[in-house]
Design a protein around this ligand. Sequence first.
Ligand SMILES: [Zn+2]
Ligand SMILES: [Zn+2]
Length: 240
Amino acid sequence: MSAPPGNLPARDFEEIRLAEALERGRCPVCDARQESTYAALRGLAREGATDRSLRADMDKGVGFCQPHSVGLSKMELLQTSSQLATAVLLDAVLRRRLATLKKLSGADSGAQGRALAGLADPKCPVCTRSAEASRAAVSRLMALSADPAWSAALGSGEICLSDLYGLWAAAADGPKEVHARWSQILASQLARLEGLQTTLAEYAHNSTSDRRHLITPEQHAAGAASIRLFGGTPDRDRAR
Ligand SMILES: [Zn+2]
Ligand SMILES: [Zn+2]
């Protein structure tokens, strides 16, 4: 693992957050997504049950995905020790879903298939917010990479694989100079991943019971880093 970059120049709150994430060994895009998810769930737990525009959106089919249904209930429990607002919101979603499903049971099979495919997308407002935060972070990082300190930090920082793909795609889609800057950053990232893979292979090699005593702290750390690479940066502990 490389040394944390430290003291990246940042002009506003968003940039400070992105810098902090990189400096703390967190994927900056995961971090931005988690922050907006947290804010959205907190808002829903506080005001969702009385939010008229949310009710109007629900009439248009807005609901909650599985993780955010659970996330909402956990957030509300954390904040108010109750899950009443969650119940109010889920009741509103269920009522509309039931009406749709009842109507559907009388339709022909082709219409049923199409309608069920449509229902597979829960039209979750928390997912929408989180996707917006992701896009905003990616486009901000494209611009920040013009700064040499940021460029170096992005080359050596822990970026999860899924967000690395997203950044790469944005760079490939961007103007020539952005693409050129990111070619350097991505080359550093690939070297980082190559080092990680080598250490991970050594760790895996030492996994048998007769070799387990040979495992080094670095190999152990590579195991944890590989989970973050594929699973994304774990959520920050906000239950303080
Ligand atoms: Zn990430
Ligand atoms: Zn969702």
